[in-house]
Design a protein around this ligand. Structure first.
Ligand SMILES: C[S@@+](CC[C@H](N)C(=O)[O-])C[C@H]1O[C@@H](n2cnc3c(N)ncnc32)[C@H](O)[C@@H]1O
Length: 240
């Protein structure tokens, strides 16, 4: 198992930049991103001190979080389907952030906030039990044995998700890497805070818009594994 403190410092993502941004997208990064980005003071706030509902104006009743949104297909679709909620997306890949900004601008989506970077400092700052759903869809698989400690989904990260989710809140994971799927399966089965509410061979949630990475995996003939977990009520988890 990876030491929780050390895991927080390991780089879990690949490149931060791809091709130079086209002028329209570069303009969105310059003009729109500052209005939507999670403020730096939030990232520097003490552990567990920030209520994510207050990051939206007006404040929203419930917040969902996507870690590693890639090009933002899934996040934008969820935001459209759930206009009364707030969604926070974290993504260090600049071209992915710019692609999401393009969707937000084209579709006039008003309920997304963005952290254009590693999501872990934000997770650390957020208060306990204030997130309704967490999505980690196709995190970098790091298939080589010596790289596997870089995987974003790890036992310490599941503890963080369990802290952040409200009782009855939902964690959705997906991967197309069979060794990662097996590791997720084992980690989740051994975690007292979660109970399974979906998953298994060939299962796919009905309300999950297809992300770019999922589409690519299916075109290549890989069958993704999805895991859907409900956060147990805290009193029940404490009883054991
Ligand atoms: C394989 S891509 C999948 C993207 C998207 N979820 C999809 O399904 O198309 C994994 C993404 O996770 C992002 N990522 C990795 N580590 C992260 C972290 N610590 N915080 C936020 N995003 C991260 C990467 O930059 C990358 O864009």
């Amino acid at each position: 198992m990876t030491d929780p403190a050390k895991h927080g410092q390991l780089r879990t993502y690949g490149r931060r930049r791809g091709r130079p941004l086209r002028p329209h997208r570069a303009g969105l990064v310059q003009d729109l991103l500052p209005r939507l980005r999670v403020p730096q003071r939030v990232l520097e706030a003490p552990t567990g001190s920030v209520d994510p509902r207050g990051l939206f104006d007006p404040a929203v009743p419930e917040v969902w979080l996507e870690l590693g949104f890639g090009g933002g297909e899934h996040l934008a679709a969820q935001a459209r389907q759930n206009p009364g909620l707030g969604l926070i997306g974290c993504e260090p890949f600049e071209n992915g952030v710019a692609a999401l900004l393009g969707r937000i601008a084209a579709e006039a989506i008003g309920n997304i906030r963005i952290l254009p970077g590693d999501g872990r400092p934000l997770l650390n700052a957020l208060a306990d039990g204030r997130i309704g759903r967490i999505f980690v869809l196709f995190p970098d698989p790091w298939p080589k044995k010596r790289h596997q400690r870089r995987r974003l989904v790890s036992p310490p990260m599941l503890d963080v998700f369990a802290r952040l989710l409200a009782d009855g809140g939902c964690l959705r994971l997906a991967t197309d890497d069979p060794t990662y799927a097996e590791a997720m399966d084992q980690m989740l089965a051994g975690h007292a805070a979660f109970e399974r509410c979906g998953g298994g061979a060939g299962w796919r949630p009905a309300d999950a818009p297809v992300s770019r990475y999922e589409a690519k995996a299916r075109r290549a003939g890989r069958v993704p594994a999805f895991f859907e977990m409900r956060r147990r009520a805290r009193s029940a988890a404490h009883k054991g």
